[in-house]
Design a protein around this ligand. Sequence first.
Ligand code: OAD
Length: 251
Amino acid sequence: MAEKLDTGPLIEVLQDASRVAVLTGAGISAESGIPTFRGEEGLWKKYRPEELATPTAFSRDPKLVWEWYDWRRVIFAQKEPNPGHKVIARWEGTFPTVSLITQNIDGLHQKAGSKNIWELHGNIWKVRCTEEGTITENYDTPLKEIPPLCPNCGALLRPHVVWFGESLSPTILQKSIQLSSECDVMFVIGTSAVVQPAASLPFEASEAGAKIVEINPDPTPFSLYADFSIRGKSGEILPLIDEELKKTSKA
Ligand code: OAD
């Protein structure tokens, strides 16, 4: 399917684009071997979010919640960015501005080399003191102690991720809305487009006049509104688009 893609009209749009925004979800990391949340093999089929990814679950049983995050961190640490992550990172040198807004917490965009990243749902490689609020990076796999404690005050550390029932960082959300409303083109990649407020960002972009390019093997509630809805895996489609772009003045 990917080989038959006619990228011509999209390439024309991209040639004129100077501000590109990219919104990614779990699907961009699927080809790196990280399970998505929804769908048949999705993480939420096997685990109940309310037992693991909520503040209530954490106060009830921090050890259980940390064991789940520790398990995921061990898996994530073994994964590498795929060609989709790499093309997005490369594009920071192709377009004048590329702003990457991600719902993912896996850190694979950073590993691929992306710099201008806005992480809506936090990062699994960061921990936050439940007393002091200090955020630090922690790459131990497995963790040295579960649950981990703040080296400064001894309070519980928690994953620096957004749980169900919690608000996103207002600063990151505001910036994401601003970037969405100011871009010329927005790529919407590997997200089921059902979780708010991330799901509203493509609408912000579209209403402000941006062209929207969706890349997903399956249709989503957003597909109807996209200017280009490309059915396929991002690890295959993004390199194809990139190859076509390289043939133009954008290199
Ligand atoms: P989902 O699991 O809801 O959706 C993943 C999307 O990726 C689906 O639409 C798939 O069709 C698509 N997909 C699968 N393989 C793909 C591939 N190779 N290339 C491109 N797309 C592919 O994940 P998200 O939309 O990211 O939030 O979920 C949003 C949020 O829901 C997550 O950040 C998480 C979850 O609850 C929190 O934890 C706060």
